[in-house]
Design a protein around this ligand. Structure first.
Ligand code: FAD
Ligand code: NAD
Length: 466
């Protein structure tokens, strides 16, 4: 292995590994320092992939167990085999993390196994299996994020869990109390509710999914409640007492008032994540961070120290794997002397509950706040032929287009398979398309995507199928 590189990337998550692959494709000599035993970062090891494996399997289990398959003429007696479900999850993680390792070999990227620390301009020390000092023309900080804890509530990953513990439980808790009605709370809360837990979600704000279009969030909450998930909004957890058999959780109104004690067998803390920069040596080399500990970068991901860049969860912006990936690719292209660019107006956001939630662009609340005049087209899945045929009619598609220009500014969906359907909206927005462009595009029948076309027709007040 060389100890001088064009690019040294610290962190082998979606930001880091995609940056590495693109830089190598462009002819640069690249190394990635990753201290975890496997590549892929949070996303592949303890985030996107294992959580989606459990969401998929638990969704199928519930469909079989709650009689929905029976309604389609398939009589089955569902029995949960949790160890096998976890083995399926582990297999998905293993296959994909090894896949990244294969891509590193294919692209001649050196994986420096260990923890990297910045020690000077263009210099990092790697400690671990093979300690080394490495120099590089460009260093990319892609160290990701970590769980935010709650003061006084120590995560033990057995009964008081972060997402990492909550994707690895050996048995289904009878009662799961989730702190935070954000993405992780709703996704992992859904997993354990489907598998048999009574789930109560305590949320500080008076709404779920802050930042998501309000109409979508309200509809999602109604559906999740109908499925049996309970919500305590405008409330905060102030203490969790560990008794021999149960956890006693103190819940108080967010605005102050009388506390109540709820009993639970497990508590999941998911109130957000923070930039991870521990032991990285940022202070020693003088890299500036903001008030939330995120590395400050300019529009081209350069920090204030020449030669040091940063991408992904460790900088500002949505903490999403595809955002980190796009930043990694854009930066690699810039480092190779090309033009790299990320369009932050078109970053989709998907929540993999049932039904799924998928959004891109501006919400109605954001457009109103910015004083942008817009028209709305909305179409419910109850009127979509494929959704009716599949007996999956929860949710709707909403398109927001600029008054006058008809430019698509936001697309918001809650419904079956919308995680796949949002790509059409992204492509149209990326190309500067209008609602009329979607309305005039032929969509296959019968598909769920016809709901997108009908919503687009609705922007001009000419929905045909309702
Ligand atoms: P990370 O993936 O966090 O990778 C950073 C890597 O850097 C880590 O492997 C870490 O070990 C390594 N590292 C840190 N410091 C050092 C050091 N000094 N030396 C060497 N190595 C170091 N996003 C989505 O888009 N879709 C989803 O469905 C989704 N689901 C999620 C589910 C859960 C439960 C969680 C927790 C997150 C989920 N996310 C999802 C978010 C997603 O995982 C992150 O946005 C993404 O992983 C960020 O990528 P990254 O490369 O910036 O950092
Ligand atoms: P989040 O920011 O999505 O939600 C945290 C929630 O906790 C918010 O609703 C917030 O108001 C609430 N909260 C904060 N403090 C609280 C308190 N003291 N008591 C009660 N509620 C409180 O964070 P998360 O769910 O932990 O997820 C972390 C990150 O991981 C997210 O930013 C998300 O982008 C990423 N992620 C993405 C996906 C996906 O794309 N499908 C899945 C999982 C995680």
């Amino acid at each position: 292995m060389a100890d001088t590189y064009d690019v040294l990337i610290i962190g082998g998550g979606p930001g880091g590994y995609n940056c590495a692959i693109r830089a190598a494709q462009l002819g640069l000599k690249v190394a990635v320092a990753e201290k975890r035993a496997t590549l892929g970062g949070t996303c592949l090891n303890v985030g996107c992939i294992p959580s989606k494996a459990l969401l998929h399997a638990s969704e199928l289990y519930e469909e079989a167990a709650d009689g929905h398959l029976g309604a389609l003429g398939i009589d089955v007696k569902a029995k949960l085999n949790l160890p096998q479900m976890m083995a399926h999850k582990a297999k998905a993680v293993d296959g994909l993390t090894k896949g990244v390792e294969f891509l590193f070999k294919k692209n001649r990227i050196d994986w420096l196994k260990g923890e990297a620390r910045l020690v000077g301009p263009g210099m990092a020390k790697i400690s671990g299996e093979a300690p080394a000092t490495v120099s590089a023309k460009h260093i990319v900080v892609a160290t990701g994020s970590d769980v935010i804890g709650l003061p006084g509530i120590a995560i033990d990953e057995e009964r008081i869990l972060s997402s990492t513990g909550a994707i690895a439980l050996a048995q289904v808790p009878k009662r799961l109390l989730v702190i935070g009605a954000g993405v992780i709370g709703l996704e992992l809360g859904s997993v354990w509710r489907r598998l048999g837990a009574e789930v109560t979600v305590v949320e500080f704000l008076d709404r779920i999914l802050p930042g998501t279009d309000m109409e979508v969030a309200k509809q999602a909450q109604r559906i999740l409640m109908r499925q049996g998930m309970a919500f305590k909004l405008g409330a905060k957890v102030t203490a969790v007492a560990k008794m021999a058999k149960v956890l006693k959780v103190t819940v108080e109104p967010a605005k102050g008032g009388e506390a109540e004690i709820l009993e639970a067998d497990a508590v999941l803390v998911c109130i957000g994540r923070r930039a991870y920069t521990e032991n990285l040596g940022l202070d020693e080399v003088g890299v500036k961070t903001d008030e939330r500990g995120r590395v400050i970068v300019d529009a081209h991901y350069a920090t204030n120290v020449a030669g040091i860049h940063a991408i992904g969860d460790v900088i500002a912006g949505p903490m999403l794997a595809h955002k980190a990936e796009d930043e990694g690719v854009a930066l690699a292209e810039r480092l190779a002397g090309k033009a790299g660019h990320v369009n932050y107006d078109v970053i989709p956001n998907v929540i993999y509950t049932y039904p799924e939630i998928a959004t891109v662009g501006k919400s109605e609340e954001e457009l109103k706040a910015a004083g942008v005049a817009y028209r709305t087209g909305k179409f419910p899945f109850t009127a979509n032929a494929r959704a009716k045929t599949n007996d999956m009619t929860d949710g709707f598609v909403k398109i927001l287009a600029e008054e006058g220009t008809d430019l698509v500014l936001g697309v918001h969906m809650v419904g079956p398979n919308v995680s796949e359907m949002i790509a059409e909206a992204c492509a149209v927005m990326e190309l500067g398309g209008s609602a009329e462009d979607i309305a005039r595009t032929c969509h296959a029948h019968p598909t769920l995507t016809e709901a997108v076309r009908q919503a687009a027709l609705g922007v001009d007040g000419r929905i045909m199928q309702m």
